[in-house]
Write a protein that binds this ligand. Structure first.
Ligand SMILES: Cc1cc2nc3c(=O)[nH]c(=O)nc-3n(C[C@H](O)[C@H](O)[C@H](O)COP(=O)(O)OP(=O)(O)OC[C@H]3O[C@@H](n4cnc5c(N)ncnc54)[C@H](O)[C@@H]3O)c2cc1C
Length: 433
């Protein structure tokens, strides 16, 4: 493809789009623009996990993310795993009888969507633990470990644990290393990076004509891709388009665990039970994972107990209680953490904004103005979805054949009132952990 393509935004979405267009489709004239250093607004702030665990409402997201995982595994093969993709899995644990049944029935449903088989274990000798590093030759599906089997495999969990569900095609990576590698490959394939703020997009006769920058410069182009992350609303308005997006503020805590309570080899572990803290009940979902693989002693903690839509402002206004609440939630799951509560340290909180659609599926494809495309609304799953989203975007831009799931990500899906009604029933937290 010879025509120029200008991509606005060099987060993981924009960088992956530049990589796919230039390296995989041979697009000769791609310009990537960002007002910041690439990958520094949201894409370096998350927990960088991935999972083929998508409970519903149907198999669309599971198939979409599975494509992304295929592509990430290919890239890990190609780079000798430069970005340290692991396959430790996601582990959902509960101390409630209802929680066990919930895990079982949900896993059966996700299995039917294509996650892989569900295996139940009453003893741990039939269960194969995940290696701390690497991603090849591992099981798919999930293992449901009951009672003593769960505690034998994961002794850091509360002794009250009744079950732990280990989802196997899941884990995490170093998203910055992945992004930096794609950026370098894209530059090597001829992509130009321009540091600047896009302030306007001109159209002539309903077709994109040029992109204007705050520096006063402009770039003539017939194709623009909006990949502006939590600033996508503003980018859409440059074309007179109101994108169906909203935002939530999400934070993670980096916390040192010098006692080694959470093993360095642990999976991404999630306590699905509600936790009462100082007389207030918090919903299930406290998460923890080791940071920096087997090395170091730090953990990432994250807990989505606050998901009200908000308007992004920087620096993000994190709740002062967040580190404390995460630590207390983690202590409910892993009581060995409790001694840390008596010290003052609550770690370091940072994060960013999930930019979301009401069906919690990305927006990927053409917009109502000819030559304009979007890759965004990546929510809390934009690292894991970045490859299939960029793959799909590149197919749209180059006019290639599209996969059957493409319509589910088109911005125009919201023009259908029947679809909008369905989405209302699913709720805006569908697919969110
Ligand atoms: C706490 C937290 C935990 C998370 N955990 C995970 C996880 O475990 N797994 C996972 O898959 N995802 C996770 N995510 C989500 C993931 O990080 C995001 O979905 C993803 O980074 C979004 O990428 P993006 O490229 O759309 O946006 P961004 O990374 O925000 O990039 C957008 C870029 O566009 C640029 N830009 C915007 N407007 C303009 C303009 N007008 N001109 C020039 N440049 C512009 C910005 O400067 C920015 O660099 C998490 C997010 C958070 C906050």
């Amino acid at each position: 493809m010879k025509e120029k393509v200008v991509i606005c935004g060099a987060g993981i979405g924009g960088v992956a789009a530049a990589y796919r267009l230039a390296v995989k489709h041979g697009a000769a004239n791609v310009v990537l623009i960002d007002e910041r250093d690439p990958l520094t607004l949201t894409s370096d702030k998350g927990t960088q996990g991935y999972r083929n665990w998508w409970p519903g409402p149907d198999d669309t997201m599971l198939r979409f993310i599975s494509r992304s995982i295929d592509l990430m595994e290919e890239m890990a093969d190609e780079t000798n795993n430069l970005f340290r993709l692991n396959r430790r899995g996601y582990l959902f644990a509960t101390a409630q009888a209802g929680g066990v049944e919930n895990l079982r029935t949900t896993a059966q449903r996700v299995s039917a969507f294509g996650m892989g088989a569900l295996r139940e274990h009453c003893a741990s000798d039939t269960y194969h633990a995940a290696p701390p590093e690497g991603y090849r030759d591992q099981p798919t599906g999930a293992d449901l470990l009951l009672d003593d089997a769960a505690l034998a495999a994961f002794p850091f969990l509360s002794p009250a644990t009744k079950a732990a569900l280990h989802v196997r095609r899941a884990g995490w990576m170093n998203a910055l290393a992945l992004g930096a590698w794609m950026f370098k490959q894209a530059a090597g394939a001829g992509v130009t990076f321009v540091r600047g703020k896009v302030t306007g997009i001109d159209t002539v006769g309903g077709r994109v004509q040029r992109v204007r920058l705050s520096s006063g410069e402009s770039i003539e182009t017939n194709r623009v891709v909006l990949a502006a992350g939590p600033l996508l609303h503003d980018a859409g308005r440059m074309l007179g388009i109101e994108l169906p997006l909203f935002h939530e503020l999400h934070a993670k805590v980096t916390f040192a665990d010098p006692r080694g309570v959470i093993p360095r080899s642990a999976p991404f572990t999630i306590w699905i039970d509600p936790v009462e803290i100082a007389g207030r009940e918090f919903p299930g979902g406290a998460h923890v994972r080791p940071f920096d693989g087997p090395r170091g002693n730090e953990l990432y903690l994250i807990w989505t107990y606050h998901s009200e839509p908000c308007t992004p402002t920087w620096p993000p206004p994190y709740a002062a209680e967040y580190g404390d609440v995460c630590l207390r939630g983690l202590a409910a799951m892993a009581p060995g953490m409790a001694p840390y509560l008596t010290a003052k340290d609550r770690g370091v909180t940072d994060g960013g904004y999930y930019c979301k659609t009401s069906d919690n599926r990305p927006l990927v494809g053409p917009l109502g103005v000819e030559g304009a495309y979007v890759l965004g609304g990546l929510s809390g799953t934009g690292i894991m979805s970045s490859q299939s989203a960029a793959d799909l975007l590149a197919l749209h831009v180059t006019g290639a054949a599209l996969p059957d799931y493409a319509p589910a990500f088109l911005p125009s899906r919201y023009d259908d009132p029947l679809y909008a009604g369905k989405v209302e029933q699913w709720g805006r937290l569908t697919g969110q952990l």
